[in-house]
Design a protein. Structure first.
Length: 279
């Protein structure tokens, strides 16, 4: 209150002592200096709040800093700090909204790479289980790819590549989960399509061996012996020491009468396993 009153009186005195164009210039300079000080104050308060884990208050302070000086170089930085503050306290929806606003408002800013990285992380942290909604996972995949394609030499590229590999494992796990479900329900074609998708699109994941075996298994069951042998040869050529190859070999034994299941150990959620490697 006293600060604003002092500013008002100072402007009034300057109005009386200055004339014409010079008067306007002096008043603008004073107002700009006051806005500058408010911006710096809000920015510092934002960092203080962030340092004690109060991301919500920090976000509000960084947002204020941007409002005080929307045309300055600090404005886009303040917007990014607002987004990070929301992210730091798991307010991912708010973080995503702020990053999208930043990308539209400051399309030429130098920290676009960081914005996409933070956007990808905000979706990535919402991944709960490979059996549930894949929306956040697919969005994270999209933005990690943007980093690798458009900013391959940035400091975020290594982590983006690593997390993208984990995402691909989770997507493969989802296909395997559905494939096994259809297999159990004896929906052979639906199961076959899921396992084929793993072989064709996720051949570098840990699920490739089982997917090939399941295709051997299903084709044999449907009487498509040549196709079954084709996948068995592919499995044997690439993974001869695998337990899945041994299981596929037994299918063609004359004593084989029905589809046999290879027992799977009880597993913790793949997402929890993979995330534990990153944390």
């Amino acid at each position: 209150m006293h600060k604003n009153l002092f500013l008002y009186l100072l402007i009034l005195i300057l109005f009386q002592s200055c004339s014409g164009r010079n008067k306007d210039i002096v008043v603008d300079e004073i107002l700009n200096k006051d806005l500058d000080s408010q911006m710096i104050e809000s920015y510092n308060e934002g960092f203080e709040a962030l340092s004690v884990g109060d991301g919500y208050t920090a976000a509000k302070k960084f947002s204020e800093a941007e409002i005080f000086y929307p045309q300055s170089k600090w404005a886009p930085r303040s917007s990014l700090m607002t987004a990070y503050s929301y992210y730091s306290v798991n307010l991912y929806t708010d973080a995503i909204a702020e990053i999208n606003r930043y990308l539209k408002t400051y399309p030429l800013h130098e920290r676009q790479n960081y914005a996409y990285y933070l956007l990808a992380l905000s979706y990535y942290e919402q991944i709960i289980d490979e059996k549930k909604d894949l929306g956040p996972l697919l969005e994270a995949k999209k933005y990690f790819k943007i980093i690798l394609n458009e900013y391959p030499k940035s400091e975020f590229a290594y982590d983006a590549e690593y997390k993208l590999e984990l995402i691909i494992e989770i997507l493969a796990a989802k296909e395997m989960y559905l494939g096994r479900y259809y297999l159990e329900k004896e929906k052979w074609i639906a199961a076959m399509n899921r396992f084929k998708n793993v072989v064709e699109n996720y051949d570098r994941t840990i699920y490739i061996e089982e997917a090939l075996f399941r295709l051997v298994e299903i084709h044999y069951k449907l009487g498509m012996i040549d196709e079954s042998k084709k996948f068995a040869k592919l499995l044997g050529y690439n993974y001869q020491s695998s337990e899945w190859y041994l299981a596929s070999y037994k299918i063609f034994n004359k004593d084989f009468k029905k589809i046999k299941k290879v027992e799977q150990p009880k597993k913790v959620s793949l997402v929890d396993k993979l995330k534990s490697l990153v944390d």
